[in-house]
Design a protein around this ligand. Structure first.
Ligand code: PBG
Length: 308
């Protein structure tokens, strides 16, 4: 049993909430273990004037945290699964996937109740190519305007009148006790969520067996099956939440139902696929779904979006 566990975390309100949530779970399980937070800033927090897709590179929100794990200044890092790349640096790995919060996107506005209600030509804030693609598909008249920053910054920009509405992850707003900001939880039929959205994961050193055993009770197996399938889609397509890729898995008894799509930013091209299968085959289901998207032309869309 470890006497002390240090959690590396970003310093946004949401990241701190997530780290504190894991801290509280560990303290409840292990009253004799001291759990501390180590706050740090990542590249994704610093560069706020461009869409993440243009900042480039994967793991914009995790690299610095991983450095702390490797040099021993921290023992675990708590991530939003949506932001975690598929590959881990040598010696590090994902030890736990925690129970998922509501995975949907939230429609947030001070003027309107839903996307359907927005007037012609309304301005909607999001930097997510996935959200831009799906909103534009349903409403080609809507103007998508870039929106970066942490949840509070984004809400302030909405309140300043820069946008008629913005779209944020429902999970983030719920965790920060800002449910009253949500006008509509957008259905997954209307806007398919990003892989891993709403789930937290814990990364640590792969050889830290003592710690991995202590973290095991935080694993939520149903969420893990779902997120494993979703991440396999992103892995095969070589993309994540910065790409115009959506993938979302649900469990129906022991059967996983996985849906995925790839589209262009203006929503004029969208390729979809879905698959069902036993939950134990989560990874293969995700890979097969991605292969089907590729067979239907997903690579050409992704190449065009990235100007390749
Ligand atoms: N890319 C930023 C990010 N990473 C995770 C969340 C929300 C919380 C979650 O999905 O668990 C957000 C903000 C957002 O999309 O509004």
């Amino acid at each position: 049993m470890k006497t002390k566990i240090v959690i590396a975390t970003r310093e946004s309100q949401l990241a701190l909430w997530q780290a504190n949530n894991v801290k509280a779970s560990l303290e409840a399980l292990y009253p004799d273990t001291k759990v501390e937070l180590l706050g740090m800033t990542t590249k994704g927090d610093q560069i706020l004037d461009k869409p993440l897709a243009q900042v480039g590179g994967k793991g914009l929100f995790v690299k610095e945290l991983e450095k702390a794990l490797m040099d021993g200044s921290a023992d675990i890092a708590v991530h939003s699964m949506k932001d975690v790349p598929m590959e881990f640096p040598e010696g590090l790995g994902l030890s736990v996937i925690c129970e998922r919060e509501d995975p949907t996107d939230a429609f947030v506005s001070n003027l309107y109740h839903s996307i359907e209600e927005l007037p012609n030509g309304a301005v909607v804030g999001t930097s997510s190519l996935r959200r831009a693609c799906q909103i534009s598909m349903h409403r080609p008249d809507i103007k998508i305007k870039n929106l970066r920053g942490n949840v509070n910054t984004r809400l302030r920009k909405l309140d300043d009148g820069e946008y008629d509405a913005i779209v944020l992850a429902t999970a983030g707003l719920l965790r920060l006790e800002m449910e009253d900001r949500i006008r509509t939880r957008i259905s997954d039929e209307f806007c398919l969520p990003a892989g891993g959205q709403g789930a937290m994961g814990i990364e640590c050193r792969s050889n830290d067996q003592e710690l991995i055993a202590m973290l095991a009770p935080l694993q939520h197996q149903e969420t893990a099956y779902r997120v494993t399938a979703e991440r396999a889609v992103n892995k095969r397509l070589n993309g994540g939440c910065q790409a115009p890729i959506a993938c979302f898995a649900t469990l129906d008894g022991d059967e996983l139902f996985v849906r995925g799509l790839v589209g262009n930013t203006d929503g004029t091209l969208i390729i979809r696929s879905e698959i069902r299968g036993a939950k134990e085959y989560a990874e293969q289901l995700g890979t097969t779904l991605a292969e089907d998207l590729l067979a239907k032309g997903a690579q050409e869309i992704l190449d065009a979006v990235y100007g390749r």
